[in-house]
Design a protein around this ligand. Structure first.
Ligand SMILES: Cc1cc2nc3c(=O)[nH]c(=O)nc-3n(C[C@H](O)[C@H](O)[C@H](O)COP(=O)(O)O)c2cc1C
Length: 135
C-alpha cells in the first residue's frame, strides 16, 4: 500500500531576495507535516529531477518574468520521464490592491509544458535592506 511517505515531493522557488524561498519553505513544511517525503531546494541546486512524484515550483517575478533558474528547472521537470504532477506559484504583486494583475509572461508556457495542475499567485514582498543596497 502506498502511504504519503512514499510520495517524494520537490518544492523549489527561484528567489533573488528570499521572499519566494520563504514561501517554498512554508509549503515544504506544510507538506512534510502532512506526511509527504519532501525536499526543499533552490532550483539551481536540483541536479536530478528524476524520482519525484510531485513538484511544487515557483518563482519571484521581475519585470514580468520568472527567474532564469526557475525557468530552467521548469524545463527540466517538463522533460522528466515519467512526468511528475506539477503545481506552480508566482510571487510578485505588491501593494493594495496588488499590482500587476496580469500573470507573469512565462507562466502560460510553463503551465502547458508541465501540464500543471494549478498556478497560484502570492503577494510579493520587498526586502527593503537589499533594495537600499541596490540604490
Ligand atoms: C525591480 C523589481 C521588479 C519587479 N517586477 C515585478 C513584476 O513585473 N511583477 C510582479 O508581480 N512583481 C514584481 N516585483 C516584485 C517582486 O517579485 C517581489 O518583491 C517578490 O516578492 C520578490 O521575491 P524574492 O525576494 O524571492 O526575490 C518586482 C520587484 C522589483 C524590485
Amino acid at each position: 500500500m502506498t502511504t504519503l511517505s512514499d510520495i517524494q515531493v520537490l518544492v523549489s522557488a527561484g528567489s533573488k531576495h528570499g521572499a519566494s524561498a520563504e514561501i517554498a519553505d512554508s509549503i515544504g513544511e506544510t507538506l512534510a507535516g502532512r506526511g509527504f517525503d519532501v525536499t526543499v531546494a533552490k532550483p539551481e541546486e536540483v541536479t536530478d529531477v528524476a524520482g519525484y512524484q510531485a513538484v511544487v515550483l515557483g518563482s519571484a517575478v521581475y519585470a514580468g518574468h520568472w527567474t532564469d533558474p526557475a525557468k530552467d528547472l521548469a524545463q527540466r521537470v517538463a522533460a522528466a520521464d515519467p512526468k511528475p504532477a506539477v503545481w506552480l506559484f508566482s510571487s510578485g504583486p505588491l501593494g493594495d490592491p496588488p499590482k500587476p494583475e496580469e500573470d507573469p509572461v512565462d507562466v502560460s508556457e510553463i503551465v502547458e509544458a508541465n501540464s500543471a495542475r494549478g498556478h497560484r499567485v502570492f503577494s510579493g514582498k520587498i526586502d527593503s535592506a537589499s533594495a537600499r543596497r541596490r540604490s
